[in-house]
Design a protein around this ligand. Structure first.
Ligand SMILES: [Cu+2]
Length: 387
C-alpha cells in the first residue's frame, strides 16, 4: 500500500517532542515522528482542495509527523449554571436543577499521567475541563494517533471516539453496531483503552466534531413509586441494547469535542474561540432539566465569555451535536461565508462553522443560537471587545 501513512510513520520509530509549553502551562502530549527521508522526498503536493474536479481523489501528502494525544473519558459532577442565574431573563435556578453526573474527554500527559493544563490560545487545547473535550489539532499530511482510555467510574458505560473530517478505516471509526458488536474500538469498556489512527488529507482542513459513537445506553432513573402493570420488554433479538437506550448517550453526557485541521493557507489569528452547541433532555439524563448549552454551560456569565480587542484577527470554531438545529449569531458583527456576508448561520447535528474576521467593533456583545427556545434554555454567551 504505497499510500499507507500508518506504515510509513511506524517504520521510522524515532520520536521527538515538538511542543512543550513550559513555565507551569500545558505539557502538550504531542510528539512527532522524525521525518523519514522517503516522506520528505515525496512528490509534489496536489493542488489545494482539488479545485475544479469533483472526482479527484483527495490525496494524503504525508508530512511524516505523528500528532499523539492521550485522552481519557472521565466522569464528574457538573453544574451547568454555576451562578444560578439567567442574565437575560432574570430566571434563577437551584443547583440541584442544573447539576448532573457528566462524562467528558480530557487530555493527559503520555500514559494518562496527569491532565494537561488549560491553553486557550489560538493553538491550544482549550479549557480541558471535559466539556467539550480538548481541541485536537493537526496539519494536512499529519497522522493523529489518539490513545483513548475509558475512566467512566460513575456510569461504567462503554465509550468510543469517532472523528469527522479526517480519514480512517473501520478499525479506527469508533462506531458501534449490533451486527458487528465486537469490532475493536467501538465499545471500549470501563478501565480499558484503545488507540485510534486518523490521517489528515487536503480535504480535512477546517473545523470538525468528534464524539462518543458507542453502543446506545441509558441512565438509571429513580425507582417509580409503583411498578407499571406491564413493563416494556425487549423484542427478541434486541438483547444487546437495553430498553429505553438512547443513541449516543455518551455524547449527550458530554463526550464530544472539536478537531481543527490547518494547512499552509490557514491564516494565523490572534484569538480563536471554540464553542460546542448541544442539549440534554430530562428523559435521558433524569437529574437535569432540559438544557441548551454552550461548552457544557447555560446562560451568560456561565457559558464562555469570549474576549478580543479591535484589530485582532478572530476565528470562531463552532460545532453542534444532538437532535436540534441552531442558528449561530454574533451581535454587532458580520463575516464572509459561502453565501456572502452574513451575521447568522445555520448548523445542525455534526456540522461545524469556521467564522473569521478582523475585529473592528468594540462593545459588550452577545453571541447565541437564534432559536428563541434555545435562548431561553441557555444557548447564549457574552463577547467582550475592547479597544
Ligand atoms: Cu439552537
Amino acid at each position: 500500500m504505497p499510500n499507507d501513512p500508518t506504515r510509513e510513520v511506524s517504520d521510522s520509530g524515532r520520536r521527538t517532542l515538538i511542543r512543550t509549553l513550559m513555565g507551569g502551562t500545558a505539557l502538550a502530549a504531542l510528539t512527532a515522528t522524525a521525518l523519514p527521508a522517503a516522506a520528505a522526498a515525496a512528490g509534489p503536493r496536489p493542488p489545494a482542495d482539488n479545485a475544479g474536479d469533483p472526482f479527484a481523489v483527495d490525496e494524503f501528502p504525508s508530512s511524516g509527523r505523528v500528532r499523539e494525544y492521550w485522552i481519557q473519558a472521565d466522569s464528574f459532577q457538573h453544574n451547568t449554571v454555576p451562578n444560578g442565574r439567567d442574565g437575560l431573563t432574570g430566571m434563577r435556578f437551584m443547583a440541584d436543577q442544573t447539576t448532573y453526573w457528566a462524562v467528558g474527554f480530557r487530555a493527559y500527559t503520555p500514559g494518562w499521567g496527569r491532565p494537561l493544563d488549560a491553553d486557550l490560545g489560538p493553538q491550544g487545547i482549550g479549557a480541558n475541563s471535559g466539556i467539550p473535550g480538548p481541541v485536537i489539532r493537526a496539519e494536512v499530511g499529519d497522522v493523529i494517533r489518539l490513545h483513548f482510555r475509558n475512566n467512566d467510574e460513575h456510569y461504567k458505560l462503554p465509550h468510543s471516539m469517532h472523528p469527522h473530517g479526517v480519514r480512517y478505516d473501520r478499525d479506527n471509526d469508533g462506531a458501534w453496531r449490533a451486527d458487528d458488536p465486537d469490532r475493536p474500538g467501538t465499545a471500549v469498556p470501563y478501565g480499558s483503552s484503545y488507540t485510534y489512527t486518523w490521517t489528515c488529507r487536503r480535504g480535512s482542513v477546517g473545523t470538525w466534531p468528534y464524539h462518543d459513537h458507542s453502543m446506545p445506553g441509558s441512565i438509571p432513573k429513580p425507582a417509580p413509586k409503583a411498578a407499571p402493570k406491564s413493563a416494556p420488554k425487549a423484542r427478541s433479538g434486541a438483547a444487546a441494547m437495553p430498553v429505553g437506550a438512547v443513541m449516543e448517550i455518551g455524547a449527550e453526557l458530554g463526550l464530544f469535542g472539536i478537531i481543527a485541521i490547518t494547512d499552509e493557507n490557514t491564516p494565523p489569528v490572534d484569538q480563536e474561540f471554540v464553542l460546542f452547541l448541544h442539549e440534554a433532555y430530562p428523559t435521558d439524563v433524569p437529574s437535569l432539566r432540559k438544557s441548551d448549552m454552550v461548552n457544557g454551560s447555560a446562560y451568560i456569565n456561565n457559558t464562555p465569555t469570549c474576549t478580543a480587542k479591535t484589530g485582532d484577527r478572530v476565528r470562531w470554531r463552532i460545532a453542534a451535536l444532538g437532535r436540534e438545529f441552531h442558528v449561530f449569531h454574533i451581535h454587532g458583527h458580520i463575516w464572509r461565508s459561502h453565501q456572502g456576508w452574513v451575521d447568522s448561520q445555520i448548523l445542525g447535528p455534526s456540522t461545524a462553522l469556521t467564522v473569521e474576521y478582523t475585529e473592528d467593533n468594540p462593545g459588550d456583545w452577545l453571541y447565541h443560537c437564534h432559536l428563541s427556545e434555545h435562548m431561553m434554555g441557555g444557548m447564549v454567551g457574552r463577547y467582550l471587545v475592547t479597544t
